[in-house]
Design a protein around this ligand. Sequence first.
Ligand code: NAP
Length: 461
Amino acid sequence: MPIATVNPATGETLKTYDALGEEEIERRLAIADAAYRSHRTTTFAERALRMNRAADLLDEDQQDIARVMTTEMGKPIKQARAEAAKCAKAMRWYAEHAEGLLADEEPAERDVKDSGASWALVRYRPLGPVLAVMPWNFPMWQVVRFAAPALMAGNVGLLKHASNVPQTALYLEDLLRRAGFAEGCFQTLLIGSGAVERVLRDPRVKAATLTGSEPAGRSVAAIAGDEVKKTVLELGGSDPFIVMPSAELDRAAEVAVTARVQNNGQSCIAAKRFIVHTDVFDAFAERFAAGMAALKVGDPMEEETDIGPLSTEQGRAGLEELVEDAVGAGAQVLCGGERPDRPGWFYPPTVLAGITPRMRIHQEEAFGPVATLYRVADLDEAVAVANDTPFGLSSNVWTHNGVELDRFVQDLEAGGVYVNGMTASHPAFPFGGVKRSGYGRELSEHGIREFCNITTVWHGA
Ligand code: NAP
């Protein structure tokens, strides 16, 4: 894939970049290694000062960088501004909390005594340069939710961003540099996916995090495994959105639309499979399809646009194939389903009913504004359908029944259960999945500790 900014609303190539050659990669790795040796000795207060400064600069740049993100990957401009604001918030959160989250821990006195020590503690030390392989769909948020905790913990970052968002990637390096982080603390490597192996196998790189598709995750994890390096994987999702009879239907249908189409439907934690109890199925389906059909598809730079183009031509082709496969196997189209006749990679909000397990869309992630509806007879069937997927990122449940709620929290195979609302990440809550959605966690204390050397310090009596 060429490293280039291609406007998905028009298909026009606006800027292309040469990939870094071997010599430059080597130079950058040496800088990262040197930067780590010095950055790891800085205090939390020094790091926090820089991180807060980065947040302030990002707030100042919000309008401009939002336009860059929208130009590169097509998200509606208001959502691009919200993404930049969310990144500034996460930076401030880690600036404020990192020291407390990584403070030395003292084991219980009786355990210290039992081990024969006079004292002991657990210290969270940094690991070194961490490689971050990131996707285009939230081109700033995915990076910041890695970079903010990593830098606050004393690590340094090497970003291999998706090839279609180079300007956002370069902006992030520049932002952190302007904020006062020393050269090499956070570098953007303009490289293709083929060069990831070379970087990851380098002994100066200590760990890797990847957010993206399952094939990319499998490839990076295999190399890291061969090198015995720690990885965190945040992969795809096909989250269930379960509606039970006690739900407030109007509200559930309204939130369902947002949960499906946020970010033009290209979010790992978008609700993708709508599993509805038969008693309320028809009423929900009617409201949901009407809400989807009413959305404004158009120029993502316009304030009133709800859905812009898909980010890449291949992405739209893949989504179309999933819809055609389902319709060919008997799915009913409640709205959408036909690409519009216009330039750019647009696809309309689409709702499919009558999904069966043999349809590809039942098992694969629909990365675009396409929702699938399932009718279920009872709680058991709702849980069974929800779990009948290779993925396990998050889940949404709509009920006011305590027994149902307990069952969902107990049995849904996912890294999150969001009740009477939609999945959304927050710096204070862990984020990540199970099954083929990956492993490890980002955000919260769990995220910042993923790339720490958790060190036991034991002192004899
Ligand atoms: P992708 O094709 O896997 O790309 C993600 C990143 O991996 C890009 O930087 C890409 O580089 C790189 N890459 C691709 N193949 C690779 C390989 N074999 N070895 C090393 N690096 C490789 O995914 P995407 O299409 O950009 O993103 C969509 C996917 O990400 C969806 O499945 C979505 O659900 C998932 N996602 C998950 C989360 C989460 O938190 N769980 C969040 C957002 C997105 P190039 O661009 O150069 O190919």
